[in-house]
Design a protein. Structure first.
Length: 473
């Protein structure tokens, strides 16, 4: 009988927690802020928690699963730190098929990527320089690309625009995010528009249909349109550029990941007085197996990667990190499915309730992702109590100081008191992180609002009012 009584008591307590979980638990002053936000309470999920005292300060719809946008990035970044370790790094291998004589490789060069999420143009320049120092200047063969460490992916852009950088899909051999800048100016006599591309890739075709107008250069968006071929190998630019506009820049993506890597490698090799005679092709498993390792590039450590990822909310880096988690914990090739499965397993081992959670690709750039503020707050609490807390907390934006929030949260009363990750999609505004209160306590909070056009004005204003309220605790 005592065991039955204990069982019934536990069951009734759990049922009671479920029964009352969605009842608002809001201090009067906070409730007034929410009322003034003009966001309906049933569109808001919120948890505020004292980490020091391990007690809930406020809650509103904490178990409701909502679209989190980029706030979900705290999940793969924390899980990666805990499972892969802060010093984890990615290797990129340069391999050869053939002999090198007098600086010439008579055969193919293999570029094997293992998923470095931040292999940028400067890194590829260093790789080319390293090859030169080791005596390789000319390649009389093809450029073979081995991206087999990740499963192939073909995804539909969330907004239908394949040229947007946030829509780029992961690849184990991704370089520079496939980033290009289109820099637009009138020519010297002001009669035509000229477009310069950086980096200037000779396998990217630009069709310039821009015209010059005599209208004043106002705002940040002249009437310029971009279209692309299916393979992103040809970009057509049209519209009208006001004659008074100078150095108008559009940052976009171009080419396939393989074509971009080949074009950029070829350019950097040429800039270093080298060349490659062949084309880019997919490396076969046998070619990689029979090749010789010539040079290995090591990425920045994971702790630096997650800082760049969270502070600047980089979608491609987040998606790539999910693939890497999958490859390391579930075996190569990495995939979204393996990564999500590994993340769920780790969160479950931490004693977290994942009911209703769906994190899709880990970046938050998804209309199907769902998560509760209860779960997000649980993750933030466990991250704070982890030995790796300093690494995780420092990856978040210092509100009003750096990252995506550098121009927000400018009230001097919160200066240096908030470490935050925010999220924005159409009809979604979210935020979460840590706040240092005036009492000396540290608080965690998680906020998600799903409401028409909330991301434009109402959501950001509510986030700032909420954070200021917490700092006064």
């Amino acid at each position: 009988m005592p065991y039955l009584s204990i069982f019934l008591a536990i069951t009734l307590t759990a049922f009671s927690n479920l029964l009352f979980a969605e009842k608002p638990d809001l201090p009067k002053s906070l409730s007034e802020i929410i009322d003034k936000s003009n966001i309906p309470k049933d569109a808001i999920s919120l948890v505020i928690y004292s980490i020091d005292n391990q007690e809930q300060i406020a809650a509103l719809n904490p178990t409701t699963n909502r679209i989190p946008a980029s706030l979900v990035k705290i999940i793969p970044t924390w899980v990666a730190l805990e499972t892969l370790g802060p010093s984890y790094s990615w290797k990129t291998e340069i391999r050869t098929l053939g002999n090198i004589e007098n600086g010439v490789l008579n055969g193919d060069l293999i570029f094997k990527g293992l998923g470095d999420p931040f292999l940028v143009i400067e890194d590829l320049w260093h790789i080319v320089q390293a090859l030169s120092r080791k005596g390789l200047h000319h390649i009389h063969g093809n450029f073979l690309i081995d991206s087999s460490h990740f499963s192939p992916i073909s995804s539909t852009p969330i907004d239908g625009d394949p040229l947007r950088l946030y829509n780029v899909s992961p690849s184990a051999t991704m370089v520079n995010f496939k980033w290009i800048d289109l820099i637009i100016n009138p020519n010297s006599d002001g009669t035509k528009a000229q477009v310069n591309i950086y980096p200037n890739l000779d396998n990217l075709n630009l069709v310039n249909k821009l015209k010059i107008s005599s209208k004043p250069c106002r705002g940040n968006h002249p009437r310029i349109q971009l279209e692309s071929s299916d393979d992103l190998g040809t970009i057509t630019i049209s519209g009208k550029l006001p004659r008074a506009c100078r150095n108008y820049t559009l940052s976009r993506t171009a080419l396939s990941s393989d074509a971009y890597l080949y074009g950029l490698f070829k350019k950097l090799l040429s800039d270093n007085r080298g060349d490659i005679t062949g084309v880019h092709l997919k490396a076969t498993p046998l070619q990689t197996l029979e090749s010789k390792l010539f040079y290995t590039w090591n990425s920045k450590p994971l702790v630096e990667i997650v800082t760049k990822l969270n502070k600047w909310s980089n979608n491609l880096m987040a998606r790539s990190l999910v693939y890497s988690i999958g490859a390391e914990l579930m075996g190569a090739p990495g995939s979204r499915e393996k990564g999500v499965k590994a993340i769920k397993q780790f969160l479950t081992q931490q004693g977290l309730d994942l009911t209703g959670m769906h994190i899709d690709n880990g970046s938050g750039l998804s209309r199907s992702s769902r998560i509760s503020t209860n779960l997000l707050n649980g993750i933030l609490n466990r991250a704070w109590r982890s030995p790796l807390m300093p690494e995780f907390a420092s990856s978040l934006s210092i509100a009003g100081k750096d990252g995506t929030t550098r121009r927000r949260f400018l009230n001097p009363t919160i200066e240096n008191k908030v470490r935050i990750k925010t999220g924005t999609l159409n009809d979604v505004s979210s935020a979460g992180g840590y706040v240092f209160g005036q009492s000396g306590e540290v608080f965690s909070f998680a906020l998600i609002t799903n409401y028409p056009r909330v991301e434009r004005v109402l959501g950001p204003k509510f986030q700032e009012a909420l954070v200021e309220w917490i700092t006064r605790l």
